[in-house]
Write a protein that binds this ligand. Structure first.
Ligand code: PEP
Length: 246
């Protein structure tokens, strides 16, 4: 049986004080019978890493460069993240695909760079509202996944996948458990053709997961936890979602 994973994507939120309070609240509410991780803004990474040292909660980054080093102003490499004890790095979040014009291939290259430095990439895929309404959901997520499968080869089994319908992110609109499960099953079938380990892979759902809808979503057979944005900023809400994953 796959273990559930709940990851908090803090996006560009927080402050040193707010982060300390959030982590203290989470620590007090735990431990949880699920894997839990937080992805703070980069500038807070070392402080978060220090405060989580020796605790059960893992940490990660929200993005990494596809390159190892060099003249790439503003970028941070996977090797640098590894130095700070990151376990995970999110790649291909829809906000980066949309606001930074990240292509499917760039996302795949970032996932490859992460694996090369022993980080687990959390690869996000998902369709926009227009794509869903045009009946393109399956084509879009399969295309996004396919670039990663082709780039990683047999290493594909080492990634975590996050299905995040773009229309559900930060909007309060959640995919129904059935809608989400249908896409998760589709992705697992696609992964099955690429690796004998597809049944062991974690496929997370993200998009307005809240304490009141988490348990139903996580009870679907192919939903192995969540990538949580807004609700990961409140210790009580995030803790309730982690409990729902147990
Ligand atoms: C996200 O940004 O990955 C996300 C799922 O956000 P929210 O939970 O706020 O919809």
């Amino acid at each position: 049986m796959r273990r559930k994973l709940v990851v908090g994507n803090w996006k560009m939120n927080g402050s040193r004080l707010a982060n300390a309070e959030l982590l203290a609240g989470l620590e007090e509410a735990g431990p949880f019978d699920a894997d839990v991780a937080v992805c703070p803004p980069l500038v807070y990474l070392s402080e978060v890493a220090l405060s989580l040292q020796g605790k059960r909660t893992a940490w990660g980054a929200q993005d990494c460069s596809a390159r190892d080093s060099g003249a790439y102003t503003g970028e941070v490499s996977a090797a640098m993240l590894a130095e700070f004890g990151c376990k995970y790095v999110i790649v291909g979040h829809s906000e980066r695909r949309a606001l930074h014009a990240e292509s499917d291939q760039l996302v795949a290259d970032k996932a490859k760079a992460a694996l090369a430095h022993h980080l687990t990439p959390i690869v996000c895929v998902g369709e926009t509202l227009a794509e869903r309404e045009a009946g393109q959901t399956d084509v879009v997520v399969k295309r996004q996944m396919s670039a990663v499968i082709h780039t990683l080869g047999h290493c594909i089994s080492q990634i975590v996948v996050a299905y995040e319908p773009v229309w559900a992110i930060g909007t309060g609109k959640t995919a129904t458990p059935e809608q989400a499960q249908a896409v998760h099953a589709l992705l697992r079938t696609q992964l099955h053709a690429a690796t004998p380990k597809s049944e062991e892979m974690q496929i997370l759902y993200g998009g307005s997961v809240k304490p009141d809808n988490a348990a139903t979503l996580f009870s679907q057979p192919d939903i192995d936890g969540g990538l949580i944005g807004g609700a990961s900023l409140k210790a009580a809400d995030f803790a309730a979602i982690c409990r729902a994953a147990a």
